[in-house]
Design a protein around this ligand. Structure first.
Ligand SMILES: [Zn+2]
Ligand SMILES: [Zn+2]
Length: 266
């Protein structure tokens, strides 16, 4: 949780540059799962150290989970899901391990990873065409609501991670449910006016309501259309930049001016 948050803060701050742990400009395989098998880019290591994590360090629950990660993983991710089919449905241990642990984990990981890969590469950019992340209903379906990624990067502090909450957005509903229980509070959300202004100022014209016909027509449908918003589909556009050996420019150049990174290359 703690490590995921640090990587995710880095991902938002230096999105799709060499400071991003899963930089989508390095290709589909890298941002999907390759980054987990790869040595970290020196920018990721150095800039990661500078990310402020004091809020989470002050949270006992996050630190408890960090401290007891392996034991919690063993109980909650392996023992518990594997024993339920054995004790309640008469399954064998072997079948249960293969399905409830391995198969489930593989599906879950690919769904989660598709947010970093598919939702950064193939889709439309109705909120900000200057951001690499895209809107993808397909990814939202796989990841229970995390595929409205152009919106999420345009308004990263919005708890819904999407403009609309009723379209494949189970995560937003779960957060609202926890708000009712008092376990989630101070939910922030972008106002309708703020979103509308952003769409008009920086959108690519493919918004389902405020887009223009020309831009919507230019979108090539790939796979079935979104059942409710026909312009929310996927295009097969290749990533717009190629990686140079010396790396891509960072958005926050001032942060890296003082870094002595030369010794880390080759
Ligand atoms: Zn992203
Ligand atoms: Zn995010």
């Amino acid at each position: 949780m703690f490590i995921w948050c640090r990587d995710h803060r880095l991902h938002h701050r230096y999105s799709d540059t060499d400071g991003d742990p899963h930089n989508s400009k390095r290709g589909f395989f890298f941002c999907h799962m390759g980054w987990l098998m790869h040595k970290k880019h020196p920018y990721v290591i150095e800039l990661g150290r500078r990310i402020d994590m004091s809020d989470l360090q002050a949270d006992w629950m996050v630190m408890f989970q960090k401290k007891y990660y392996y034991i919690l993983y063993l109980v909650l991710a392996i023992l518990f899901p594997v024993s339920v089919p054995v004790y309640f449905f008469g399954e064998t241990w072997w079948n249960s391990l293969l399905v409830s642990y391995f198969a489930r984990y593989v599906c879950q990981l690919h769904g989660t990873w598709s947010v970093n890969s598919l939702a950064h590469l193939y889709g439309t950019r109705p909120y900000d065409e200057h951001l690499q992340p895209v809107e993808s209903w397909f990814v939202s379906m796989l990841s229970l609501g995390e595929g409205w990624h152009n919106y999420h990067h345009a308004f990263p502090w919005d708890y819904k991670a999407a403009e609309l909450t009723m379209h494949f957005n189970l995560s937003a509903s779960i957060i609202r449910f926890f708000e009712r229980l008092g376990l989630a509070f101070d939910l922030k959300s972008a106002s309708h006016e703020m979103v509308t202004n952003r769409i008009k100022r920086t959108g690519d014209g493919s918004h389902y309501n405020l887009g223009n016909e020309e831009s919507c027509a230019a979108v090539t449908a790939w796979g079935p259309l979104h059942p409710l918003n026909p312009t929310y589909n996927s295009t097969l556009k290749p990533p717009s930049a190629m990686l140079k050996p010396e790396g891509l420019p960072l958005f926050h150049e001032k942060d890296v001016l003082n870094l002595d990174l030369k010794k880390n290359f080759m």
